[in-house]
Design a protein around this ligand. Structure first.
Ligand SMILES: NC(=O)c1ccc[n+]([C@@H]2O[C@H](COP(=O)([O-])OP(=O)(O)OC[C@H]3O[C@@H](n4cnc5c(N)ncnc54)[C@H](OP(=O)(O)O)[C@@H]3O)[C@@H](O)[C@H]2O)c1
Length: 331
């Protein structure tokens, strides 16, 4: 490793982290120690290692972001850390407890290792209290992330900043791929979300990286800040219309009723209920806090964040399955 500031990146092959690693290395100011279950053997790690000519500034550590020894290894001697909420299956009955447990371990060990600046990929503050939200939406799975952020900010870590990503464009490829009717029309759908209701979107692959570099570069300005990462607000109708504009494929949007969404998810009932609660919360309350005046901040810091139309043009997505296009997405 060089004398550049070392950043530990957890869940290094996640969509967000790949772009973060790329931007940190491209900045020329940071080196990266990347923790991944598959170490340097995954296709994502190989893409990055090749892209940076096996630079000494990029090291992959094979390990689990929920394992104390692996975390100690990845944080040792690092200046900063980029942390995403630990990967817990949405089918897990004790999802919130598990997420809290491992988030706490990650923060505690980062502090113990002397990390100076922690960037947490979390959520914005909520307009309602956590208790109210839990009562309103018992399956809303990310209420705890507000508490995790507060906990990280209370730790003996000099700087803590949070990024709050909007909905990923990739969700329409990875999780809610449009149904195709017999006449070839694509039907986009989200649970319980009216066709004209605008939601915040972002390209999770390319948007977080430049902002994370900006935050590490300016720790004082970003101390205890929550930085929204959102490119644009789009309704379901606009998602479908713009898809047609770019691909030429006819498309419409239809809100998916709760019961039908549960049927689609079959055995994965808890996952379906959590996803439904997430969209109900976004439409009935608000995705970002209503006080947040800075929802387009990341656009001003990084004018190259792709819009949905640019995302579609860039990746030439015309309805392929996620597995088919994944390597193209992370290139
Ligand atoms: N989808 C959205 O619209 C949206 C919006 C805002 C926030 N979020 C949040 O974003 C997060 C997901 O981010 P993402 O989509 O970028 O992730 P992702 O692409 O789903 O990546 C998950 C990665 O984590 C790694 N991983 C899994 N378990 C691990 C472990 N125990 N230790 C180390 N690495 C592990 C896996 O890589 P390896 O196999 O290489 O380890 C995998 O590539 C979630 O917390 C979600 O709530 C999502």
């Amino acid at each position: 490793m060089s004398d550049k500031k070392l950043i530990s990146v957890l869940q290094a092959t996640s969509k967000q982290s790949i772009g973060v690693i790329r931007s940190l290395l491209k900045s020329g100011k940071y080196s990266v120690r990347a923790l991944s279950l598959r170490g340097s053997e995954s296709s994502e790690a190989k893409i990055l290692l090749k892209e940076f000519n096996n630079s000494k500034d990029l090291e992959f550590v094979k390990g689990d972001a929920k394992n104390t020894d692996d975390l100690k290894k990845v944080f040792k001697g690092a200046y900063g850390a980029f942390i995403i909420s630990p990967n817990i299956d949405l089918e897990e009955v004790n999802f919130e407890e598990e997420e809290w447990k491992y988030s706490k371990i990650q923060g505690d060990l980062a502090a113990e290792a002397g990390i100076k600046h922690l960037i947490f990929s979390g959520m914005d503050k909520f307009d309602k209290s956590r208790e109210e939200l839990r009562k309103e939406f018992p399956h809303l799975f990310f209420v705890n992330r507000d508490q995790v952020r507060e906990y990280y900010e209370s730790l003996p870590i000099q700087y803590v900043s949070t990024v709050a990503l909007g909905y990923f464009y990739t969700n329409f490829i990875e999780y809610y791929r449009p149904q195709v009717l017999e006449d070839g029309t694509f039907v986009f759908g989200l649970p319980e979300t009216p066709s004209d209701f605008p939601l915040p979107y972002v390209d999770c692959l390319s948007a977080p990286g430049p902002m994370v570099v900006e935050i590490f570069d300016h720790p004082d300005q970003n101390q205890h800040k929550i930085i929204p990462l959102t490119t644009e607000y789009l309704s379901g109708n606009q998602i479908a219309q713009q898809f047609t504009e770019i691909t030429g494929i006819p498309a419409v949007y239809q809100s998916i009723p709760k019961d039908f969404f549960l049927q689609i998810f079959g055995d994965k009932k808890l996952t379906a209920l959590k996803v439904i609660a997430m969209y109900e919360h976004s439409t009935k309350n608000s995705y970002y806090s209503k006080d947040n005046k800075d929802i387009y901040l990341s656009n001003s810091k990084n004018p190259n964040q792709p819009t949905w139309k640019q995302f579609l043009s860039k990746y030439q997505w015309k309805g392929q399955e996620y597995a088919e296009i994944k390597n193209q997405l992370v290139q």
